[in-house]
Design a protein around this ligand. Structure first.
Ligand code: SF4
Ligand code: MG
Length: 278
């Protein structure tokens, strides 16, 4: 009989910090947090081998609510910080959390180039089609006819289409999830983490305070009736014409990951510190 004692399996609760979230009651971001902790438990990645990086906004509070390493950065710059971190510390699993304002407006340019570079990051965007933290302004994904007191009659501006833009820019994995489907979202996040390269998970996550009508999303979402494809153009065409509520993995590609080959073989920060006696 072996004397080896197996380490107990990590549970989702072990990925939660002691901080109590301050989101509004009913906010979709609570269940996204639960899905993130479930996904990490599925993968059994110890919290000290995971970093969660965010920008600014309601969704960007997530790092503080996990027991992983965290970085709550400046508005729209989460992908820039995460890219530097992953290149310097490739052994870490790096999750990046954002919202539709932070990620697609202030951080829109970083989004394009993160897709293009294909660094091995998992980008989770909690999309509620509104700036929640600053009290309800229209965001890039707000419907043009959304009538509210800050944009009477609607903005009239065409919505940004994050999934299609991600595909056009070179993202290596693209999925849509719904916060109300906690287990399904956990599975998608786990798949996104496992998939090499830049993985993008757009999560429909209702803002019950400024977009209470989004409570109805639970009646609109349905599984994506598509086979996984590695044909980005085909996936983009399908997403352009879907109803916006089909959830699942919509594209899984096999582009080379950056840094690759000789660049990946570069020394780690620890090696450089040892070599230069820093
Ligand atoms: Fe959630 Fe909206 Fe409240 Fe922010 S304002 S915590 S997005 S419900
Ligand atoms: Mg938002």
């Amino acid at each position: 009989m072996s004397d080896m004692v197996e380490a107990p399996a990590l549970t989702p609760a072990q990925y939660k910090s002691g901080y109590k979230p301050i989101w509004c009651p009913g906010c979709g971001d609570y269940t996204v947090l639960a899905s993130v902790t479930k996904a990490l438990a599925q993968l059994q990645r110890p919290p000290h081998e995971v970093a969660v990086v965010s920008g600014i906004g309601c969704s960007s509070r997530i790092p503080a609510y996990t027991s992983c390493y965290g970085f709550h950065g400046v508005h729209g710059r989460s992908l820039a910080a995460a890219t530097g971190l992953k290149v310097a510390r490739p052994e870490l699993t790096v999750l990046v959390a954002s919202g539709d304002g932070d990620g697609y407006s202030i951080g829109g340019n970083h989004f394009l180039h993160a897709c293009r570079r294909n660094v091995d990051l998992t980008y989770i965007v909690m999309d509620n089609h509104v700036y929640g933290m600053t009290k309800g302004q229209a965001s890039p994904t707000t419907e043009p006819d959304w009538d509210n007191k800050l944009s009477p009659g609607g903005t009239g501006i065409r919505s940004f289409h994050p999934l299609v833009i991600a595909l056009a820019s070179g993202a290596n994995f693209v999925a849509r999830a719904f916060s109300g489907d906690q287990n399904g979202t956990a599975d998608i996040i786990a798949q996104a983490i496992r998939h090499p390269g830049f993985s993008f998970v757009e999560i429909l996550s209702p803002c019950v305070t400024f977009r209470p009508e989004q409570r109805d999303w639970k009646n609109l979402v349905h599984p994506a009736a598509v086979e996984h494809t590695d044909d980005a153009a085909r996936a983009a065409r399908r997403i352009m014409t879907d109803d916006g509520f089909n959830i699942g993995v919509l594209y899984a590609g096999n582009r080379p990951v950056y840094p690759g080959g000789a660049v990946a073989a570069k020394q780690s920060v620890a090696d450089l510190e040892a070599e230069f006696a820093l």
